[in-house]
Each structure stands twice: as C-alpha cells, then as structure tokens.
Ligand binder design. Structure first.
Ligand SMILES: [Zn+2]
Length: 438
C-alpha cells in the first residue's frame, strides 16, 4: 500500500516537474523525456516526453477549468511543448500556435535522426570489416551547458545526458537491424559522432594475435635497422617479413610485433620458437582465418605461427615478466689453446645454479648505462666438436648476456667460461633453442 502511494506521488511529481521545466524552456519530446530517463524501463525518452506531455495536457485542462490558469499561461506551455498541449490550446481558443524549437537540440533529435546515423555507421562498419563497435558522441560546450541548465531543475537526479541517448538509440538500431555487436571493452571500430557537424571520427582498433616465431637464419634484425649513413644495416628484418606478407591481406597500414625479449641479430631463434604478439594496425579486413595467415607466414628461414587473438595485457606480460623466464642457448665457441677434457668437466661443475654478475657489455655501452646485472645460470653442457671448437648448451635466466659469459668481456662478466678454462674463449655462433613462457 505504502509502495503504491509512493509511486503515485512520484508520477504526479513528474507532471509538476514537467510543468516547471517547460514553463521556462521549450523542449522536444526527447529532451523533456531525457530529464526523467532514470524513471521507467525499456522506454525511449521520446515516449517518456510524450507521456508527460499527455499528462500535462490533462493537468492543464483541469487547471484551466478551475480557473487557476488563463489563456496566456496555457499559451506558454503550448509554445514550449508543442503537441499535445497545442491541441488543447487550439480546441479551447480556436487559434493556431507555432511551437518553439527545442532549447537543447533545436528539434534535431528524432527517430529519423537515429535511424539515419545507424544506417550510415553500419555502412562504415561494413567498410571496415568490423563485427563489434562502440559509439561515442562529442557535443559542443555550449550544448553541454544548456543541457546542464535544464537538468539542474531535476537536480540531475533523474536525467541522463544527450550523449547517452544518442549512443544508446543508435547503438540499438545498429545491433538489431544491422547485426553488429556493441563491445565496450575491445570494439573493432569506435565511431565518434560529432553532434554539431554530423560527421564521424573513426578509430579502427588493431587486431592482436598471439603466436611464436622462428628465425632460422642469421643477420636478420627484428626491425628495419637504418645506419647513421642512412642505409639498411641488415638485408632483412622480421618487421619487413610481416609487412610484406600480411599488409595486403589485412589491407592494413602497418604490421608490428611485440616479442618476449629478442635474440641478437646474428643469433638464430630455433627450437621452441619465441612468444610474440603480432599487431595489425588500422586494418580494412579483419576476418581472415588463421590457416590463411599461417600459410603466408611459413617460410624456410622465417616463420611465424599465430594461434589466437591476443590482448594488450599479454604484450605487457611478454615484455615484462615473461622476458625474465629461463632460456636455453646453444653456442659454438673456440679456444685459442688446447685444453683437457677435465677442464670441461670443471666448467660444467662450476656453472650449476650460479649467479653471474655482468657489467653492461662493452658492445652496447654506447646505448646503455653501465650497470651491474645479475642473472642465474642453471646448468651448462659442453662437448668438443673438433680440435679447439666446442659446443655449449646453456640454461639460464632471460636477459643473461650469453656471448659475454663465454668471452668474459675483459673481466666485466664474472664468472665466465674463459676464466674457468684459463684460455681465451671466443663465441662463434649462437642459437636460442628454448624459451620458457608461462
Ligand atoms: Zn530536443
């Protein structure tokens, strides 16, 4: 009983509020309804506005009969509300009346307005091969202030913003009539409507794929590396490979990749492959199946294998935490004096679960600060290949400078192979063969 009393009070207070607002401001159905957007469910603001105006017609009729208001006052409501108050006025005074334009939207908002935008935006979504979308609206400061001015009369308690109404109404049509799914987290395409000019600002989100890559050749850089003389330092890069093979397919502006660490340019990436996220920027084609992609990314020298969609947080993980995880390297090295097999045994004994201290390698000192890095070596296996040539398998933390572990970098890496073997030691070839991910 009490509940229904409260509801009744509320509804009559809506009519009172409606009168208070439209005594002051001319408003269309949408903009009046929007002041009460939080009351009632599954209603358009135009339906709310119309219903309130119908009730106001009834209320004003009563007031008129009771003599509480006169012609002039009714005229204000008729001019500010339009139909159906104009009907009441016309019937009683037999005078035509021209309603004013809406104070907030200038009568721009309508079902037709929503439908026209929905149709245009759906065409854009098709052009961008999107499945999911998000709509944004930008309005002028002037409009925002006008809206606030009116909404203050309901103390913003029951109102919503014009942006919300536009986004929701257009979004609903795009979903129901054109079959695109709204996505608030990771939409394929974001369309921002400029309310004043009726133009669109389009943000095409990149496509991210999770995968692995292998680099079975040497002197392949990760990105195009232009020397200070303005020429390419290395003939080919992973970046060029991806762009050569995927850009056309996705009709994309550019392809970039985010790997979990990176091997030296002259090192190969074999074995398990290295985790990577491939990012397709500004694509016009989004729905390409993985087999098609992987077919073009499979070559003898470079290969990428993509498994599934990925995310920004995955990139962060690969770049951060994951890059420190254990790696296995295979290094070919030679020594400049003959050594006994016993020495090799000693070496393997020494490099078991041992922390290596490395000052920034001389070869990169120009680009990086001189600091001490500590990384663990978990185990080492070494075998003689021929004469003074050896092969080592090194199991260690990510980020260890492996070449320096072999040749000592003039004492900047401790302990190191050369130190234990008591001879000069030179790394020749380096391969990454194992990368721990999770
Ligand atoms: Zn309006």
């Amino acid at each position: 009983m009490r509940g229904s009393m409260e509801r009744e009070y509320r509804i009559s207070s809506i009519v009172e509020k409606g009168l208070e607002i439209t005594r002051k401001y001319p408003l269309c159905d949408h903009c009046l309804g929007r002041m009460f957007a939080k009351i009632g469910l599954e209603l358009g603001n135009d339906e709310r506005g119309k219903a309130i105006k119908v009730l106001m017609n009834m209320k004003l009729h009563e007031l008129l009969k009771a003599g509480s208001i006169g012609k002039d006052e009714l005229k204000i409501f008729a001019v500010n509300n339009g139909d159906p108050i104009t009907r009441l006025y016309r019937k009683i005074y037999n005078e035509e009346i021209i309603p004013k334009l809406c104070y907030i939207c200038g009568n721009k908002l309508s079902r037709k307005y929503f439908e026209e935008h929905a149709e245009k935006i759906s065409m854009l979504l098709k052009e961008y091969d999107a499945s999911t979308f998000l709509i944004g609206v930008s309005i002028s400061r002037e409009l925002a202030l006008k809206e606030l001015e009116v909404a203050e009369l309901v103390r913003l308690e029951t109102s919503e913003s014009i942006k919300n109404e536009i986004k929701r109404e257009i979004g609903k049509i795009i979903k129901n009539r054109y079959g695109y799914e709204p996505d608030f987290e990771h939409p394929d395409v974001v369309v921002i409507i400029d309310y004043s000019t009726d133009t669109y600002n389009i943000v095409v989100n990149p496509i991210l794929y999770e995968g692995l890559y292998w680099k079975r050749g040497r002197n392949i850089s990760h990105t195009i590396w232009i020397s200070h003389r303005g020429v390419k330092e290395y003939p080919y890069s992973l970046e060029e490979f991806l762009n050569d093979r995927l850009r056309e397919l996705f009709r994309s502006e550019r392809i970039i990749h985010h790997a979990s660490g990176r091997e030296d340019v002259d090192a190969r990436m074999l074995g398990t492959g290295r985790p990577v996220v491939v990012e397709v920027k500004n694509p016009r084609k989004r729905r390409i199946d993985l087999d098609t992609i992987n077919n073009v990314l499979r070559t003898h020298v470079i290969e990428f294998r993509l498994f599934k969609p990925s995310s920004r947080s995955r990139i962060e993980y690969l770049k951060g935490e994951a890059s420190k995880k254990a790696k296995i390297y295979k290094v070919l090295f030679y020594v400049d004096e003959d050594i006994d097999d016993e020495k090799i045994g000693e070496l393997m004994e020494k490099f078991k679960n041992i922390v290596i201290e490395q000052r920034t390698p001389t070869r990169i000192l120009r680009r990086k600060k001189d600091v001490i890095r500590r990384r663990k070596v978990y185990g080492v296996r070494v075998r003689r290949i021929h004469g003074r040539i050896y092969e080592a398998l090194i199991w260690c933390d990510g980020g260890l400078y492996v070449k320096e572990l072999i040749h000592c970098d003039n004492g900047r890496t401790k302990p190191c192979f050369g130190e234990i073997l008591g001879v000069n030691t030179y790394p020749v070839e380096l391969d990454v063969i194992g990368i721990e991910v999770e």
